[in-house]
Write a protein of this length. Structure first.
Length: 365
């Protein structure tokens, strides 16, 4: 009998790629997913889902459904979550409900259905600002941002250089989303330690690749830029576009999750899952326009979003040492493949509406 893995949120972007990765490796896969409209439209089952995947439509907040989904399951990968950072700032109850309460309901149900392994998707967003030298940064003040001084400084005004962020960096929770991802991570690690269930929190950085919901204006920057460009609109870059992130391809992220399922080196810990390389947002906007064949430069209105960080890219030493994980995707090849997939999609550009919602609430300035 192959091992059966339950992926909560398994119909989503990362979940479906993880399901493919696990099926290829010989696992049986079950997905529990409520198919949030903002992500999936009216679809009852996304076309990209492999027919081998057993899909249980249902809400992670429903204890009956969760208990049913756990029947006969050997391991759980918990990915179900609401994922919009900006949206989380004005839909507190929804984000706390799905992400924090939903995780607690899963953990309650797991007490009656013990599994051999529990993995949870955490996020780079819990770090807030990434790591810097020679001293830690202080959070950028509103006055500083109003002066369009984007780089964070030390407590005595020191100039700083961003460096790869290790797991030992203290969390700094700057959004409701980040707070709930931190909750999910802590709840699962605490559960694992208390009930002796090997548990790993995977701190995913900016994951990109095909199947990322384009119609969802709150997801990753690449999906947002892509939907702008496909509609012949310029991607809108906040600040000056030189902020740096770590983009990890979804097939690499899926492989890292499988490795955490199969190896025990990271049990009980939180581990960064990233490419180990950084890119500026402007570089990414340019590279994406190139692969889409669009001669459209990014628009830089000089506005900023409350709570945004300046730089965060990963130190991947721990994933290398504990999981033998190394990102392999070549960025330009991966963007070209993304472009091919994008051409088959009709991307609704909802960016303007999402931006207007943030502006109305005073969250962009
Ligand atoms: N994409 C990234 O860059 C990134 C980065 C860091 C962390 N993560 C985390 O990875 C996980 C997967 O994210 P994704 O990018 O694939 O997003 P996604 O929106 O494509 O996937 C999330 C899935 O969860 C489902 N879901 C939402 N609420 C649910 C509920 N109440 N009950 C059951 N299912 C529900 C959605 O329908 C969706 O299919 C999330 O936990 C997210 O926080 C993603």
């Amino acid at each position: 009998m192959p091992e059966r893995v339950l992926i909560t949120g398994g119909a989503g972007f990362i979940g479906s790629h993880l399901a493919d990765e696990l099926l290829r490796a010989g696992y049986a896969v079950r997905a529990l997913d409520v198919l949030v409209e903002q992500v999936h439209g009216n679809s009852q089952r996304p076309d990209y889902l492999d027919p081998e995947i057993e899909l249980i439509p249902g809400d992670i907040r429903n204890p009956e459904v969760v208990r049913g989904a756990l029947e006969g399951v050997d391991a759980v990968v918990h990915l179900a979550a609401r994922v919009g950072v900006g949206q989380s700032m004005y839909e507190h109850a929804e984000y706390a409900g799905v992400n924090t309460l939903g995780t607690s309901i899963l953990l309650d149900a797991l007490q009656d259905h013990p599994v051999r392994k529990l993995l949870v998707a955490s996020s780079m967003s819990i770090y807030g600002e990434g790591a810097y030298e020679p001293v830690p940064p202080v959070e950028r003040t509103r006055e500083q941002l109003e002066r369009r001084e984007w780089e964070p400084r030390g407590a005595r005004g020191e100039e700083l250089t961003p460096i790869p962020t290790p797991e030992s960096k203290e969390p700094a929770l700057a959004s409701v989303y980040a707070l709930t991802k931190h909750d999910q991570e802590c709840l699962c690690l605490l559960y694992g330690a208390s009930y002796e269930v090997p548990t790993v929190a995977l701190r995913l950085f900016n994951v990109y690749g095909p199947r990322q919901a384009l119609a969802n204006p709150y997801t990753g920057v690449l999906a947002i830029f892509a939907s702008r460009l496909l509609n012949d609109n310029a991607p809108v870059v906040y600040e000056d576009g030189h902020q740096r992130r770590d983009f990890v391809h979804v097939t690499d992220a899926a492989r890292a999750i499988r490795l955490a399922l199969e190896r025990d080196g990271a049990d009980g810990r939180a581990v960064n899952v990233a490419s180990g390389r950084s890119a500026s947002i402007l570089e990414i906007a340019r590279a994406l326009a190139d692969v889409l064949g669009k001669d459209i430069a990014a628009e830089i209105p000089g506005t900023y979003r409350a709570g945004d960080i300046r730089h965060c890219f990963a130190d991947v030493t721990l994933a290398r040492e504990l999981l033998d994980f190394e990102a392999e995707a070549d960025r330009d090849e991966a963007l070209a493949e993304l472009a091919q997939w994008l051409e088959t999609q009709s991307a609704t550009d909802r960016f303007d509406r999402a931006a207007a919602e943030l502006a109305e609430r005073g969250l962009t300035r």
